[in-house]
Write a protein that binds this ligand. Structure first.
Ligand code: PLP
Length: 350
């Protein structure tokens, strides 16, 4: 059977450029400053390694934080092995960096500051505008991993002096397998993957045209609906926080109380095994995550929970809930009732 619809090269090119414009518009960048990738991890790697390799003559020092996603932390480890020097900034108990510590960390050899916009585990939002000002004052490039922020927070690369920004489509209801990197015009960066000349010779490989059309449409819709989306999710978030605080008073909210992603709520239930809680919720049809990974029979708190200084008995009982577009008040009530019931059962068995 012949294909139902044939898209020729020119049409595909037009679709790519339209999506590039949509992505650029959403973050107040320019069309020519958007490079499509396969995911957020690739965008992060391209930003860190691409900038580091291209600016090696200027210096070898990079500043980042202890709570970045592994895509950043592991790229930094690779760069360390290649002779770069990395400073990992601390965060306070709310997961926020100190601007003073950032400024103190700057050296004549600093070429890049990479600080995530918002954290994926505890939801804390960094003072991005202030970080951008510091970077600009010292003429250092500023990258932000905005994989969690795009679609949840209004982003303006101009206002915040952002030079590079990573995003991933599936975080704002776009398709999986497509991401983008914003790179301010004039910023030197090298490609990190050998091959063809796609994406202005900065990212080799045949473009995922369908995915790219998807990221363009998804970011346009997310930006149009942002206010309404945040209002609705904000109410659901508050419902969950109030419900848990009222019925499990010893529960501790991790992350910043106000400066946090609208759909992210991370509570610690002291002396409760987070994995067990997760499995019990899973049996009730509730999908959540913990803040710990099990290795050799022991629960190891994540690097983020360790960085905010959470005591072990709290870190092991961390439960991250991500609310989304399709969740309702009834879902949240079902979640609260089940968390309360299971935590009480677990406590009574101790
Ligand atoms: N950075 C952050 C903050 C994330 O939360 C994620 C994924 O969850 C990534 C990077 C990686 O994105 P991707 O899964 O698209 O590679």
């Amino acid at each position: 059977m012949p294909p139902l619809y044939i898209i020729n090269g020119r049409e595909a090119k037009r679709a790519l450029e339209h999506a590039r414009k949509q992505v650029a518009t959403a973050i107040n960048g320019e069309q020519k400053e958007i490079y499509f990738t396969a995911c957020g991890s690739e965008s992060d790697n391209l930003a860190l390694k691409g900038v580091s390799y291209a600016n090696r003559q200027k210096g070898n020092h990079i500043i980042t934080t202890k709570i970045e996603h592994p895509a950043i932390l592991q790229a930094c480890q690779t760069l360390e092995q290649q002779g770069y020097e990395i400073t990992y900034l601390n965060v306070d108990e709310n997961g926020i960096i100190s601007l003073q510590e950032l400024e103190n960390a700057i050296k004549p050899t600093t070429i890049l500051i990479s600080v995530m916009f918002a954290n994926n585990e505890i939801g804390s939002i960094q003072p991005i505008e202030e970080i951008g000002k510091i970077a600009r004052k010292h003429t250092i490039l500023f990258h932000t991993d905005s994989v969690q922020a795009v679609g949840n927070i209004k982003i303006d690369v101009e206002k915040c002096n952002i030079d590079l920004l990573s995003m991933s489509a599936h975080k704002f209801y776009g398709p999986k397998g497509v991401g983008a990197l914003y790179v301010r015009e004039g910023v030197l960066f090298e490609r990190i993957q050998d091959g063809g000349h796609q994406e202005k010779n900065k990212r080799a490989g045949t473009e995922n045209v369908a995915g790219i059309v998807g990221i363009g449409k998804a970011i346009e819709l997310a930006t149009q609906n942002l206010e309404q989306y945040c209002k609705r999710l904000g109410e659901l978030k508050q419902q969950y926080i109030n419900g848990i605080k009222e019925r499990i008073p010893e529960a501790k909210l991790n992350g910043h109380p106000e400066k946090r992603l609208v759909g992210n709520i991370n509570f610690s239930f002291p002396n409760i095994d987070g994995q067990e809680l997760l499995l019990a919720l899973d049996r009730k049809g509730i999908c959540v995550s913990t803040g710990s990974a099990c290795s050799s029979g022991l629960l190891n708190p994540s690097h983020v929970l360790l960085a905010i200084g959470l005591p072990r008995e709290y870190a092991q009982g961390a439960l991250r809930v991500s609310l989304g577009e399709e969740n309702t008040k009834e879902d949240v009530q079902y979640l609260i009732d089940n968390v309360v019931e299971i935590v009480e059962q677990m406590k009574s068995m101790q």
